[in-house]
Ligand binder design. Structure first.
Ligand code: G6P
Length: 608
């Protein structure tokens, strides 16, 4: 949440900052602001709402200068307003700062500053850092920052600019993402790589606690006690094209259509002559054979992928597996030890709760594997091994291609581990490998045919207040994820339920105009779910049925029939979610919602 950018070079800093913020707007869009340093000192422009408002402001009253920082905000402390927008200034107006994260002990620090007579201009936690650093400042911003950092508790990526040191921008991170971009006579900082791609693909990922300096001359990295460290420059594989809409009306629709390619990327090099190849994880067979339990931790959509992961792990590894919402895991008393495998799942690899949960698991001696999309992300870096999903940048706030690739990754992981443990036979492995090889083509076929029922249903039911989604076993998480997609982008209340639980309460909701989306592809629970559908129909409920192609019984029961290709039941969640993503998308567009940036949400939740 919140995006930060910084620039030092020869271009107009405001243009570079706006370009960066455009790429980071997915991180928050409550307000935006920039501060630029030029001959007349620090200049600020801020605007509430979308970045377009700041762009208008800058067009009307431009700022010139070659050094600056910029921010797009997802409000935590203080309502979205100009005074709470970043950058924030120190009491003497000489220092400006931007922040992604939360300073947890800001009250205590604020009280201390108030007692010293410092006046505050905003309600934010960030402003305390501006004042603290300025009070510590004695002609060297680096020293002042290093002195203040040990006093801050929480998570942050910070960038600072000082009027008396016009040639450099400093930045640091703890628990929030930060990347440096290395150019020719110009250098950059940002929360995420896409903000840099127009200018450079050479990047440095600083470690937690390090302090970074960018100037025209280069980038320098310091340890917390200000020892100069070597900067490990890498070249990112991401390209600007991947971060564009490519003719689609929304990123979400583009990303839905990218799913066949994304899944093929997840599988690339990992299916080898009928077998699953996990050698890249360098897993120690003795350690794997010593495992007694698995805990999977994640948030949001990644949590629903984890629920499918649990069923896959139990089927193929026979290890008792539990799924945890990362924010719950941290505050419960999870029983984790050296015989536990902790799998974390995160598209961004930066979700604060998931990151902290992995740290906790590591501290308890667990073996940690992460399933991540973003290379070099914090979670990937602290995990013992990472299975990258390789879905490419996902910009739409509602996750789509990241989800299906996480499901494919879980199939690889569960069957691969099952083979190591001897709990999965060669035949079982061959069946899943064969199924996986067909999945990208099957998703493509699904996307290529215009699913008429989806569009009809979106049109007919866009104005109802409630939707129910039901599924069983492998597709119970599909029901949860389908409901999440609808509520996050259309703002219609939707609930995902286990089909068998309907008669324990939700059936009371069913009447003539109440739509239930039932997910009943071929597999062990199809018949049971069709019985639940009968119960709904008997009460005049409307049923949208997702079933396997050619299922005549399902066709008869459905008010709206959505057919998916036949596949192994373990892989059916990958196919079944696709029409539900489209249903959410078309419902939201019919309602005129901002599909890629739904209200109150952000893509990367780097606050707890
Ligand atoms: C936010 C996003 C979701 C995502 C969740 C977890 O809520 O809007 O799309 O599923 O965070 O993010 P992660 O990056 O850890 O998968």
């Amino acid at each position: 949440m919140c995006g930060i950018v910084g620039y030092v070079g020869q271009r107009e800093a405001s243009e570079v900052l706006l370009e960066g913020l455009r790429r980071l707007e997915y991180r928050g869009y409550d307000s935006a602001g920039v501060s630029i340093l030029n001959g007349t000192g620090l200049q600020l422009r801020k605007a509430v709402g979308r970045l377009a408002n700041l762009e208008r402001e800058l067009a009307a009253t431009p700022l010139h200068g070659h050094v600056g920082i910029g921010h797009t905000r997802w409000a935590t402390h203080g309502a979205p307003s100009v005074r709470n927008s970043h950058p924030h200034l120190s009491y003497d107006g000489k220092l400006s700062i931007i922040h992604n994260g939360i300073i947890e002990n800001y009250r205590e620090l604020k009280n201390e500053l108030l007692a010293q007579g410092v006046k505050f201009e905003s309600d934010t936690d960030t402003e305390v850092v501006a004042h603290l650093v300025e009070r510590a400042y004695q002609g060297d911003l680096l020293k002042a920052l290093a002195e203040v950092l040990p006093r801050l508790r929480g998570a942050y990526a910070l960038a600072l600019l000082h009027q008396d040191e016009p040639g450099r921008v400093l930045a640091t991170r703890l628990g929030s993402p930060l990347v440096l971009g290395v150019g020719e006579n110009e250098n950059f900082i940002a929360s995420d790589v896409p903000a840099l791609l127009k200018y450079t693909r050479r990047v440095v990922f600083p470690e937690e606690g390090q302090i970074c300096e960018i100037s025209r001359e280069g980038v320098r990295i310091f340890s917390p006690d200000l020892k100069l460290l070597p900067a490990a420059i890498q070249t990112t594989e991401l390209t600007l094209d991947a971060a564009e809409k490519e003719g689609f009306e929304h990123f979400m629709l583009k990303e839905i259509h990218e799913q066949p390619r994304a899944i093929a990327e997840t599988l690339r090099g990992r299916l080898n002559e009928g077998a699953i190849d996990l050698t890249e994880l360098a897993l120690d067979p003795a350690l794997i054979n010593g495992l007694r339990r698995v805990a999977i931790i994640a948030c949001g959509t990644s949590l629903y992928a984890s629920m499918v992961g649990k069923y896959l792990m139990e089927r193929f590894t026979h290890l008792p597996t539990e799924t945890w919402s990362a924010s719950e895991f941290r505050y419960a008393d999870p029983v984790i030890n050296a015989q536990t495998l902790v799998i974390s799942v995160s598209q961004s690899g930066e979700t604060a709760d998931t990151l902290e949960a992995v740290k906790l698991a590591k501290a308890s001696g667990a073996t940690t594997i992460s399933v991540c999309n973003v290379m070099g992300s914090s979670i990937a870096r602290i995990s013992a091994a990472t299975l990258y999903t390789r879905a490419g940048p996902e910009i739409g706030v509602a996750s789509t291609k990241a989800y299906v690739t996480q499901l494919a990754a879980f199939a690889l992981l569960a069957v691969g581990l099952g083979r190591m443990l001897g709990t999965t036979s060669q035949q079982q492995e061959a069946r899943i490998v064969d199924g996986l090889m067909h999945i990208p083509g099957q998703v493509k076929a699904l996307l290529d045919k215009d699913i008429v029922a989806v569009k009809r249903c979106a049109k007919r039911y866009k104005d109802v207040f409630n939707f129910m989604y039901i599924g069983r076993h492998f597709n119970y998480p599909t029901a949860m994820e389908g409901a999440l997609k609808l509520k996050e982008i259309s703002y219609i209340h939707a609930e995902g339920y286990a089909g068998g639980e309907m008669k324990h309460g939700p059936l009371a909701l069913v009447e003539g105009t109440f739509p239930t989306i039932a997910i009943a592809p071929q597999g062990g629970t199809r018949e049971k779910l069709l019985s639940n559908v009968q119960e709904i129909r008997a009460r005049s409920g409307v049923v949208v049925l997702v079933a396997t192609e050619g299922d005549a019984e399902a066709a008869e029961l459905a008010d709206y029939l959505i057919e998916i290709p036949a596949c192994a039941e373990e892989l059916s969640p990958i196919l079944a979610i696709v029409p539900l993503q489209l249903l959410a998308y078309y419902t939201a567009t019919q309602l005129g919602r901002d599909v890629d940036k739904p209200r109150n949400l952000a893509k990367s939740v780097t606050v707890e």
